[in-house]
Ligand binder design. Sequence first.
Ligand SMILES: NC(=O)c1ccc[n+]([C@@H]2O[C@H](COP(=O)([O-])OP(=O)(O)OC[C@H]3O[C@@H](n4cnc5c(N)ncnc54)[C@H](OP(=O)(O)O)[C@@H]3O)[C@@H](O)[C@H]2O)c1
Length: 311
Amino acid sequence: MRVFLAGATGAIGRQLVPLLLAAGHEVTGTTRSPSRAEALLAAGAEAAILDALDADALDAAVRRARPDAVIHQLTALPPRIDPRRIERDFAATNRLREEATPVLVQTAHAVGARVIAQSAASLYAPGPPGTVHVEDDPLIDPQDAPKPFQRTAQAVGEHERHVLAADGIVLRYGYLYGPGSTISVEGALAREVSRRRLPLVEDGAGVWSFVHVHDAAGAALAALAHTGPAVYNIVDDEPAATAQWLPALAAALDAPAPLRIPALAARIAAGSHSVETMTRAQGAANARARRELEWKPRYPSWRKGFASAVA
Ligand SMILES: NC(=O)c1ccc[n+]([C@@H]2O[C@H](COP(=O)([O-])OP(=O)(O)OC[C@H]3O[C@@H](n4cnc5c(N)ncnc54)[C@H](OP(=O)(O)O)[C@@H]3O)[C@@H](O)[C@H]2O)c1
């Protein structure tokens, strides 16, 4: 297949390019950077140098590539998300979802290509305590999201609606870890854990679902063999409370065990969104992706995955 990969140089894109090429696909990958374009060429892909917010350039590049499939892995998060500046730190990614997604979807439709796009498994409307979300659960209504997250919830909802309306496939990724991500040798979250700056809040009951960047890429490769509209949670087998995964990550980093602080102190230091994610977040289930995409993660649990990511 000819594949147009928007965001070929990010944490997921860098894993996905070699997987696509090894599976025999022809790849055109986007980047804004001439030096990263060189790396794509050296890897055996074609490169399209463009800013995805330039609609004409994006449209023209997709048409030039004449793809059978368009894979959308564009995001623009800073290496370290400041929990007190969530709105600012997600603004560029929201713009990509609001502005680049419709162009990718419309141009893909015009050239007869299918669309696969990344989304997030952390935006479900909260369910009763202990809920592990499946794909048919509703996403959070932007009005009900914490204030700094409302624009993101809105942008993600619209992004998914565009993709699904074009019979595309949405991959709702869990919290990414592995090379190029925030939990990696050079990653910002790993550094904070090493310095004992990421504490447990209250009883650490917030549940996170993780996925290794290699497995996130593997899901996009698997999705090429399928048609939508469809949504898949791309998460590992083991949603875990912060009280479980945070001490395990500290141990993998040879760092001291995390401190434990009350919610009030966390709210003052890092804002209410942090308290929510550390105490009330809920995980997601991957049964549909395993069954329908026949997706088999190399790291079915963060327990082994973290050790490999920070080794
Ligand atoms: N679910 C999750 O947990 C999750 C999801 C995403 C990110 N993160 C974290 O956030 C950090 C950054 O990751 P990321 O995925 O946002 O960034 P990333 O890994 O750097 O990937 C972003 C991709 O989008 C491209 N891109 C961004 N803005 C663009 C634009 N205007 N025009 C064209 N291409 C554009 C980049 O290309 P060029 O820069 O080469 O142009 C790159 O290929 C990581 O630490 C990661 O762990 C976490």
